[in-house]
Ligand binder design. Structure first.
Ligand SMILES: Nc1ncnc2c1ncn2[C@@H]1O[C@H](COP(=O)(O)OP(=O)(O)OP(=O)(O)O)[C@@H](O)[C@H]1O
Ligand SMILES: [Mg+2]
Length: 331
């Protein structure tokens, strides 16, 4: 029913940006099963794009024109969760003054995205399994059986099997959810996507400006570990965009990136000094000093006053040291 162009169009409108072979393969596999109702489990660290993938799965499925209901399980208080998911009848509990449809009913004929399924309370897991297996539900305090037709997409920060082994997740529910698992790798394992994403977010946050990024700034962004993954990258680019000129340079990046580059530099410099055999204490100190001075001059475009500030030295001490090591700079 759908052409390849349909998938590409969805990728474009969703702005799911990637050139990474692992992610491309995941997209291909999702496309291959797009017309079936199989449950899909997306596993990955925070910010890797699980929600974006869930949307892609829904939009390319034959349920695309029907509802897509997203539920962040960690943001719902556990005591409200049951009635939020499955609804309640009037009088089911004290505050249930009217009847209420649950999110599963809202998702009928469409897809339901259960985010943070690893946080799903153990006590409710058997009810969830029952609903998924029987394709019908009873509202809290209700007697009527309501048929429900939903495709399940779940997301987890960790391998659910671990939770099963620790007795925190029901094995039967795990098998029901884990039919087709996809592991979305963290950004630090697909560095080929970083330049692409950086340019994509600059275009998004500065649509009327042709922003370029200097090679050393981009290198630092590529080398960074990105614990918050694509979300963190997006936020950094957004922050930088506020003050961006035509070319974004290393010093325009937030301070933690300078810190990281100087730390890296120092580690390398120390290593260089120490691996040289039989160096005396004084020689190691001299080697480090030279490296530090050269680095500060490079960072400040050779400006001695700024280099001295950066190294927290007086200008005269810096001058003496530059002379000692035969290094040059401008005033
Ligand atoms: N490949 C990508 N291309 C473009 N934008 C992306 C990509 N992956 C993630 N993003 C963007 O990064 C942000 C975080 O993605 P998303 O919310 O999908 O992550 P998540 O895995 O669901 O995170 P969490 O576990 O914290 O809920 C969103 O703004 C999303 O649009
Ligand atoms: Mg999410």
């Amino acid at each position: 029913m759908y052409e390849r162009g349909h998938y590409l169009e969805q990728l474009r409108t969703l702005s799911l940006i990637t050139q990474n072979p692992t992610l491309r393969l995941i997209i291909e596999r999702i496309d291959a099963i797009s017309q079936s109702d199989t449950s899909i489990l997306l596993i990955g660290e925070t910010g890797v794009g699980k929600e974006l993938f869930a949307e892609y799965i829904h939009r390319t499925s034959n349920r695309a024109d029907n509802p897509f209901v997203k539920i962040g399980l960690s943001s719902l208080p556990p005591d409200l969760l049951e009635s939020e998911l499955f609804g309640h009848d009037k009088g089911a509990f004290t505050s249930a003054v009217t009847e209420k449809k649950g999110l599963f009913e809202f998702a009928d004929t469409g897809s339901i995205f259960l985010d943070d399924i690893d946080d799903f309370p153990f006590a409710l897991q058997s009810k969830l399994l029952r609903v998924l297996e029987s394709r019908e539900l009873k509202r809290v305090g209700g007697l009527a059986t309501i048929p429900i037709d939903v495709r399940l997409i779940a997301a987890s920060k960790m391998d659910l099997k671990e939770l099963v082994d620790r007795g925190l997740f029901r094995a039967d529910l795990y098998y029901r959810i884990n039919v087709v698992p996809f592991i979305i790798p963290p950004l630090r394992e697909r560095k080929d996507d970083i330049p692409l994403l950086v340019h994509h977010f600059f275009r998004r946050f500065l649509p009327n400006k042709e922003t370029r990024i200097s090679d050393d700034a981009l290198r630092v962004l590529v080398e960074y570990e990105w614990p918050g993954n694509v979300r963190e990258l997006r936020n950094v680019v957004q922050r930088v965009s506020l003050f961006a000129k035509e070319v974004v340079k290393l010093q325009d990046l937030p301070p933690e990136f300078h810190l990281q580059s100087s730390t890296d530099f120092l580690i390398k410099a120390c290593h260089q000094c120490f691996v040289q055999d039989k160096m005396t204490f004084d020689q190691v100190v001299e080697c480090l000093e030279t490296n530090l001075l050269q680095y500060a001059l490079k960072e400040t475009g050779g400006n001695k006053t700024q280099a001295a500030q950066r190294l927290k030295l007086s200008l005269s001490t810096l001058r003496d040291k530059l002379k000692k090591y035969n290094l040059n700079g401008t005033e």
